[in-house]
Write a protein that binds this ligand. Sequence first.
Ligand code: NAG
Ligand code: NAG
Ligand code: NAG
Ligand code: NAG
Ligand code: NAG
Ligand code: NAG
Ligand code: NAG
Ligand code: NAG
Ligand code: NAG
Ligand code: NAG
Ligand code: NAG
Length: 423
Amino acid sequence: MGFWSSSLCFMILILAFNQSQGTSAARHLGNETDLLAILDFKDKISQDPNGVLSSWNNSQHHCQWQGVSCDGKHQRVSGLNLLGQDLFGYVSSHIGNLTFLKFINLRHNRFYGEIPQEVGQLTRLRYLKLTNNSFGGEIPVNLSHCIQLKVIDALLNRLVGGIPFELDSLKNLEGLSFGKNNLTGEIPRSFGNLTSLRQIYLSYNNLKGPIPQELGQLTSLYSIGVDANYLSGTLPSSIYNISTLAGISASSNILQGNLPANMGLTLPNIQDFLLGGNQIEGTIPVSLANASLLEQLELSDNMLKGQVPTNFGNLHNLQWLGIGGNILGSNSAGDLDFIASLSNSSNLQSLLFRGNNFGGKLPAFKWNSSNMLDQLDLGLNQILGEVPLWLRDLNNLYYLATDNNFFSVPIPNILGKFQMLQE
Ligand SMILES: *[C@@H]1O[C@H](CO)[C@@H](O)[C@H](O)[C@H]1NC(C)=O
Ligand SMILES: *[C@@H]1O[C@H](CO)[C@@H](O)[C@H](O)[C@H]1NC(C)=O
Ligand SMILES: *[C@@H]1O[C@H](CO)[C@@H](O)[C@H](O)[C@H]1NC(C)=O
Ligand SMILES: *[C@@H]1O[C@H](CO)[C@@H](O)[C@H](O)[C@H]1NC(C)=O
Ligand SMILES: *[C@@H]1O[C@H](CO)[C@@H](O)[C@H](O)[C@H]1NC(C)=O
Ligand SMILES: *[C@@H]1O[C@H](CO)[C@@H](O)[C@H](O)[C@H]1NC(C)=O
Ligand SMILES: *[C@@H]1O[C@H](CO)[C@@H](O)[C@H](O)[C@H]1NC(C)=O
Ligand SMILES: *[C@@H]1O[C@H](CO)[C@@H](O)[C@H](O)[C@H]1NC(C)=O
Ligand SMILES: *[C@@H]1O[C@H](CO)[C@@H](O)[C@H](O)[C@H]1NC(C)=O
Ligand SMILES: *[C@@H]1O[C@H](CO)[C@@H](O)[C@H](O)[C@H]1NC(C)=O
Ligand SMILES: *[C@@H]1O[C@H](CO)[C@@H](O)[C@H](O)[C@H]1NC(C)=O
């Protein structure tokens, strides 16, 4: 008790001392520190093919240097914007001395080495944008001290190791991207506490384990991308409850379970639902037709069975329907009725249902003449009979595959004008 109360007095003393000193001296020291730090930052960049750093010389105040922004009042460095300058080098640990930094944008350069732990000293930092460099090593745990951070964007680098659970301290974080790195371990459960988060993108890493149920607490979430990892278990039911979600992208994992029957009602704003290349079972929910903003539905290469709903014609924005590589259909008449139900889907571009158990004949109907369909893959099914003439009405078609079915007449003979189409 004594220790705590006396050290508290000590801290108050220090604060009082700092305030009683003239602030101009402190500011003076501050801007000199900025200059030293920024010169060291320059020093660690060994190639500058565009010569952007040649303006970083003493003919002008450092606040005038290209890519350097200063806070008007204190003339402290508040931003570094060196987007797309082909810079090659590593980031100086002195960056931690630029304590007034609010944004760092080093996107599309060739920075390598680690993101220095010293960034944790940048407690005013809001935007950290590092996309498309060669940053390696682990994500610095000390980033968790930058509690003003709104965006961390480290897409497309060479980061390894786990994602620090400590980042759950970043209560202002709206966007988080560590996609296209080489991260391992699990998605931290603590991220359910990042309540400002709107976008999270962790695709193309080596993450394993479950997608945490806790992410369902992120009630402002707009999109979540976790494709191409080794995530297992089910897509948590809590995620289907986030009504703000416009994008769920979790293709190419080892996810199991069923799609909830009411998902089209609990996800009224969903635009992209991409779950291809997993081990999803059960049927395609009829309620998806109620998700009226749906643009892309990708469920290929799973273990879905049953019939495809015949009410997707209500989805006026639907562009992509990918359901190939499942066990849909029952090798009988009526299996393909869903195609006719899409006749008014004037934005549909890709209709891909290769490799299922669809039988019977292709339905006879008429496409809305303004259809956009450009890819149609119905190969490797059990489809019988003649190829209907509606194929000729698909004026935008450039990819057609009908192979490995039981059509009575070879397709190219019927198509005539579509000789260039691939069968
Ligand atoms: C720092 O600020 C002081 C006081 O405003 C000024 O005299 C000095 O030139 C500044 N130095 C730099 C490097 O900006
Ligand atoms: C110093 O920077 C100025 C622009 O701020 C530039 O015009 C000048 O060429 C630079 N000097 C050298 C030696 O690069
Ligand atoms: C700035 O940061 C570096 C490394 O973090 C440190 O060694 C240096 O003493 C700091 N201070 C100044 C004034 O450069
Ligand atoms: C990455 O940046 C380089 C320039 O450094 C650019 O040529 C390349 O197109 C960028 N890649 C991506 C995927 O944006
Ligand atoms: C990282 O944060 C810890 C406290 O969590 C601190 O002791 C350490 O000095 C920080 N490291 C750097 C390099 O700033
Ligand atoms: C990712 O890491 C694994 C092992 O840690 C390694 O085998 C693999 O080559 C790395 N991939 C990339 C793209 O760096
Ligand atoms: C979320 O934050 C609360 C309060 O800070 C804490 O008790 C809880 O353990 C955190 N949840 C996770 C999953 O880290
Ligand atoms: C989803 O929301 C409903 C209604 O608010 C609630 O009853 C249910 O428990 C929630 N499910 C999950 C898994 O969060
Ligand atoms: C869902 O769509 C169907 C028609 O496809 C409609 O009858 C039903 O009322 C809709 N449900 C809700 C909750 O909007
Ligand atoms: C397409 O629209 C027409 C005119 O509104 C309507 O009569 C027809 O039933 C619709 N077809 C489908 C399959 O929804
Ligand atoms: C056919 O498509 C056009 C263009 O998108 C649209 O205006 C029209 O309503 C559609 N017809 C039907 C019957 O949906």
